[in-house]
Design a protein around this ligand. Structure first.
Ligand code: NAP
Length: 271
């Protein structure tokens, strides 16, 4: 049976930006399907949504695993019968000079940050075309700017911005809108998982946003989809400088990178 509410699928919804987005979208009137690996966290978020009168369900799965995208798309269809919004949010970073990044980390990061959103988007496109829906890809300022010590992460996020730019044009005549949201640093479990620290941003005097702020930005673009959204002035200015004054920006980035160089071997922290 088709849901009478609009339906959103949010990946990486067990913490941080994804959890905040799921709660905010439920308040906006969406029925939300939350997914990530930690079932108890997802159950907690679903409970919170239902307590405040919203509709939500969860599916625990490893998005980097084979077949996950097809399984999730089938799940949305069988539970809700429609899909209006896909938020590709699950992601992971690893703070280290490239010379010390293990191969396993490179492959896992590309699987989760890039292959998973590509495949999930592909699987969800038929439903999104039917609803003339929206795809919101959570990229990063790292996708618009050089990201020393996060080179592989930045490469996956730049690719996600590029994917969004191409898909926006491909799907225009099918009525599907595509947005990429590029936050600067955000308080979440991201830095714990990546071995970096929001302290880096603190040390550089860069504003750190909350996950709730990004959740509200996601809702705004679910209502009226934009294109590529830098969520802070610093990301906007950095993006402008790196495009139009790249040598100057490289010099600034070099000073920043020296200030926050990771000193120790990074343990493999992925949950
Ligand atoms: N925090 C920042 O400074 C920042 C800045 C710019 C962009 N972003 C991007 O924002 C997105 C959300 O990050 P966040 O800051 O909210 O970090 P977070 O709190 O660490 O959230 C990451 C989410 O991804 C899920 N996830 C990780 N590996 C997964 C896997 N293999 N399969 C399925 N789900 C997986 C995690 O859930 P489980 O562990 O339960 O699976 C969690 O829900 C990411 O794409 C990140 O790159 C973050």
């Amino acid at each position: 049976m088709e849901s009478s509410k609009k339906v959103a699928l949010v990946t990486g919804a067990s913490s941080g930006i994804g959890r905040a987005a799921a709660l905010a979208l439920a308040r906006e009137g969406y029925a939300v399907l939350l997914t990530a690996r930690r079932a108890e966290r997802l159950a907690g978020a679903v409970e919170e949504i239902r307590r405040s009168g919203g509709a939500a369900e969860f599916v625990a799965c490893d998005l980097a695993g084979p077949g996950a995208a097809a399984l999730l798309a089938r799940d949305v269809d069988s539970r809700f019968g429609r899909l209006d919004l896909l938020v590709n949010n699950a992601g992971w970073g690893y703070c280290s000079p490239l010379a010390r990044v293990p191969e396993e980390v490179v492959r896992m990061m590309i699987e989760l940050n890039l292959v998973a959103p590509i495949l999930l988007t592909k699987e969800c496109l038929p439903a999104l075309r039917r609803s003339r829906g929206t795809i919101i890809n959570i990229a990063s300022g790292s996708g618009l700017l050089p990201s020393p010590w996060y080179a592989v992460y930045g490469a996956t996020k730049a690719a996600l911005v590029s994917l969004s730019d191409s898909l926006r044009i491909e799907e225009r005549d099918n009525g599907v809108r595509v947005v990429s949201i590029c936050p600067g640093p955000v308080w979440s479990e991201f830095f714990q998982a990546s071995g970096g620290a929001p302290v880096h941003a603190d040390r550089l005097g860069i504003k750190i946003q909350t996950a709730d702020e990004i959740g509200r930005i996601i809702v705004r673009h679910a209502r009226r989809p934009g294109r590529t959204v830098a969520t802070t002035g610093a990301v906007r200015l950095g993006g402008f400088l790196s495009r139009f004054a790249p040598r100057l920006f490289d010099l600034i980035a070099l000073q920043w990178a020296r200030k926050v160089r990771p000193e120790v071997e990074q343990p493999f922290l992925h949950r």
